[in-house]
Design a protein around this ligand. Structure first.
Ligand code: ZN
Ligand code: ZN
Ligand code: FE
Length: 752
């Protein structure tokens, strides 16, 4: 009998081919023992010598599967004595364990080599994959993640594939979507009339069509993309016109970093993000001399770029194609198209051709979008394919809870034991299709994670479809329901994201949320923790003539401020072509003019006042244009902090930015819009610091949480973090999820 060592590996180590990897490595190192999963960790028991195990561990760290993340490895001796004769993989110790579902992973380097190796049996095969790469979450139908529970169940493996699948030493051992040209999925190229294009080489034909400026719907991993040449103004404008998409930017794909460097600035950090296994769209700074069509991201300092991440994507490119538009194929704000028949019906008026395949997508997932800032951080703009359903680990055990999220950019979240799992991007629950997709996602998550919900949590807004759903669900299942104020949920989401259980000051800036007093909140300073909160400061209420309409027609926000210090004639002079009279009379008579403390609307007002954006044609267009001007401003040492006031009402501190708006109004002829935009961002950061200082004095607390969609503005975010840190504050910002409404569901399940 020998002494036993126990190696415990923490991190993302389940569902990423970790145990077969350990097994192979153990054989190589002649390690004897056993490997198994235990509550989210991988555990190895071994009777081999300490020296052998040390070099084994070294190899684990350096050769780990690409999709795994090792947080820590511990090695300790245990009292028990045993002797192992060989190395084996054991079944999970507890039957009740959460069955984790792996995320979709970019094609690995080994598969990529095979893809372009003429001698390989998968040469140019668009569905090549292995345990280290390929679709996962998007093809799953049930847990555990096993071929029979995926959409690959309809393909019977040929003898060669089956051999790999069953050989523990093979890179394709239990690679569930394993396939080859003989037994696996196939492509079909079809015209928008329905006519199937018969040709020798479908991919060559597709490339030729793209080069001719054709628009093609291409089925990918999480749904359809609409592709067209990004260098061809005509193609881009035609696509815009057919998609009825005014200025909303398109994402751009290239197959090499070298190509991307031609049209965007890339740091080493950004290059790693582009190449990461999640393969997100990364918002990069445009290069001045743009090789791409100028209509792709009009007025914006950054452009959304991603690297080819599936084998099919690689085969869409050759030396002549610098970049393709690869935009999510959806109709207006509906969920992404992912079924062949539906996509054909819905997209045939937008695209010229379809490149279909017959590997079904069961769970649609949009591309994720991230925005780098401060050299080595990024903020999620959208967290979806490649990151979902990676769990957020919680220090405290949770009951089985469902959070249904808010309304816009909805996601749902479940919590179970020490994990919270946030769903993919579902969308705006304002159309029926998105609502159905939302309901389906909840049902899927209950099934996948064998959830026995003991409560359901929703927003306080009485009219959100998610709130109504939660009410019905609670009634039907006889479980508790909690309704959480929107900005408190944002605050909670950031606490959860940081595993933070102490008290903190929350700076929560967004567009709209239903406040405890029935007003529209959105520029809030909270104090509290995961159990409760107080609203300690907020922006002074302004009237929003037209309510929600003011978030699109930014002029409404501007006039709401201007009417406080200018007469009607003066305002009419600024906006000669706007319906100023109507807006003014709404304000005067308080018709449909709810009170709002929204930070987003202040950005809108400034954007309108500077004539940067009078109408947002897509979500957050106006603040994004404002931010772009601030980002492009060159002389960052030269700025002005605009004036603002504080006053105290009975419950909280109130911040009045009317002096800021007045100063911007009087400066707008004298200074450049870049200067004013940057100074305005500086001013908001200054307001945050000074408000936080006041709160900190009262509560003797130095922890500051930043959350809400406004903090996707990385100019503001960087300035704020810098100021707070130099003021001695402990700043908590998001790491694993987005600060916008897509994170709300995580906050909801973190409550109490
Ligand atoms: Zn691979
Ligand atoms: Zn095969
Ligand atoms: Fe929000």
């Amino acid at each position: 009998m020998k002494k036993i060592f126990l190696i415990t590996i923490h991190g993302i180590v389940q569902g990423v081919g970790f145990r077969p990897f350990i097994n192979k490595l153990a054989i190589k190192h002649k390690i004897k023992g056993i490997v198994y999963n235990k509550t989210g960790t991988v555990v190895i028991e071994s009777s081999s010598s300490l020296n052998k195990l040390k070099s084994f561990i070294n190899d684990i760290k350096t050769k780990k599967p690409p999709a795994s993340v090792i947080e820590s490895i511990t090695l300790k001796r245990i009292k028990q004595k045993k002797e192992f004769k060989n190395f084996t993989i054991a079944q999970s110790k507890k039957a009740k364990e959460i069955k984790f579902i792996p995320q979709d992973i970019r094609i690995c380097n080994d598969c990529l080599k095979e893809l372009f190796n003429p001698k390989d049996r998968r040469y140019l095969y668009p569905f090549i994959n292995c345990t280290n790469c390929g679709p996962r979450f998007t093809i799953i139908k049930d847990t555990p993640y096993d071929r029979k529970n995926t959409t690959m169940d309809k393909f019977i493996m040929c003898p060669s594939c089956k051999k790999e699948y069953e050989d523990i030493m093979s890179r394709r051992y239990h690679a569930e979507p394993n396939a080859c040209p003989i037994c696996g999925p196939e492509l079909t190229l079809q015209k928008n009339t329905g006519q199937i294009i018969e040709c020798e080489d479908i991919l060559k034909e597709t490339r030729n069509l793209l080069k001719k400026g054709k628009i093609i719907a291409i089925k990918g991993i999480g749904g359809f993309h609409i592709a067209s040449l990004a260098t061809d103004d005509n193609a881009v404008l035609t696509l815009k016109q057919r998609k009825k998409r005014t200025k909303k930017p398109f994402a751009i794909m290239s197959d090499t970093i070298e190509k991307i460097k031609k049209y965007a600035h890339i740091s080493d950090y950004e290059e790693n993000l582009l190449k990461s296994v999640a393969a997100p769209i990364v918002l990069l700074k445009k290069k001045n001399k743009n090789l791409l069509s100028e209509y792709i991201a009009e007025g914006l300092s950054r452009i959304g770029v991603f690297l080819t991440y599936s084998p099919l994507h690689y085969l869409l490119f050759d030396e002549d194609i610098l970049a393709l538009i690869m935009t999510s194929a959806n109709i207006s704000e509906e969920p992404i198209q992912y079924k062949n028949d539906e996509a054909f019906l819905n997209l045939k008026n937008i695209v010229d051709y379809f490149l279909f395949h017959n590997r079904d997508i069961n769970i649609p997932a949009d591309d994720s979008v991230i925005k780098p800032f401060d050299k080595s951080s990024f903020v999620f703009i959208r967290r979806s394919r490649g990151y979902v359903p990676l769990p957020v680990k919680l220090k405290k055990k949770s009951k089985d809870i469902i959070g249904v999220g808010a309304l816009l950019k909805n996601t749902i979240c479940i919590s179970k034991e020490n994990y919270a799992i946030l769903s993919q991007h579902i969308g705006d629950l304002e159309n029926e299709k998105a609502y159905n997709y939302f309901k389906e996602t909840i049902q899927n998550f209950i099934k996948f994670y064998e959830l026995k919900p003991e409560s359901i949590v929703c927003d306080k807004h009485p009219d959100y479809l998610s709130t109504r759903y939660a009410e019905e669900f609670a009634k039907e299942n006889k479980i508790k329901i909690y309704k959480i104020q929107h900005h408190y949920a944002h605050f909670l989401s950031c606490l959860a994201d940081n595993n933070f259980y102490e008290k903190a000051i929350g700076v929560i800036f967004d567009g709209t949320g239903y406040g405890d007093d029935g007003n529209i909140w959105g520029g809030e300073f909270l104090y509290g923790d995961y159990k409760n909160y107080k609203r300690v400061a907020h922006f002074k209420y302004m009237k929003l003539p037209g309510g929600d309409l003011a978030s699109k027609e930014t002029v409404r926000c501007a006039i709401s401020f201007l009417s406080q210090f200018l007469n009607e004639d003066e305002i009419r002079k600024i906006y000669p072509d706007k319906n100023v009279n109507l807006i003014l009379s709404m304000l005067k008579k308080s018709i449909n003019s709810p009170f709002s403390s929204s930070a987003g609307r202040i950005f809108d007002a400034v954007s309108s006042l500077l004539n940067i954006c009078q109408y947002s044609t897509y979500d957050a267009e106006s603040p994004m244009l404002l931010e772009s001007l601030a980002e492009n401003y060159n002389d960052k040492e030269n700025f002005e902090i605009y004036p603002y006031d504080f006053f105290q009402n009975e419950n909280s501190l109130v911040i009045d930015v009317l002096p800021t708006i007045k100063k911007i109004y009087s400066d707008k002829q004298k200074k450049s819009t870049e200067f004013i935009s940057f100074s305005f961002h500086k001013t908001i950061a200054d307001i945050i610091l000074n408000t936080v200082k006041k709160i900190s004095k009262i509560y003797k607390n130095k922890n500051v949480v930043l959350s809400g969609g406004v903090f996707q503005n990385t100019v503001l975010l960087s300035l704020t973090i810098d100021l707070l840190k130099s003021g001695g504050f402990n700043v908590l910002f998001h790491k694993n999820i987005s600060p916008n409404d897509s994170g709300i569901a995580l906050g909801q399940v973190f409550y109490k």
